[in-house]
Design a protein around this ligand. Sequence first.
Ligand code: FES
Length: 143
Amino acid sequence: MTAKGGDDGGKPGTAAAGGVLCRLADIPDRDSRAFTITSNGAEREIFAIRLGDEVFAYVNVCPHRQMALNWKPDVFLAYDKSRILCTMHAATFDIREGHCLTGPCPGQSLESVPIVIEDGIVSLGACADGAMKAGERPAKSPA
Ligand code: FES
């Protein structure tokens, strides 16, 4: 799994397998950043949200209509930053769990992406087959 991460203020960068997305400090607290990763040879758009020392990441595909959630680059949160927002039909999702809170996809969830944070570096979590695993919860940063 490789990653292109937003390390230059919005334009995707690049990282290696199990790759580095960015520094934790590159994501403002209670804000989000988009990245492009490669999983099993296919590029996928993901986004990461920082809550203090934790980062939660999901594939940028809404379970309602399989469309990208965002309209503006790096903007994945509702105005009050309490929830993930799909701008297409206004579904909202829990930041920590990814499940639908309101909108047209009740009972469904975003596909989570495993994240590891070590020494202030945010990386993709390792998977046995090098592929993202649907439904896997993102790792919490070390206390
Ligand atoms: S595509 Fe996300 S709410 Fe419809």
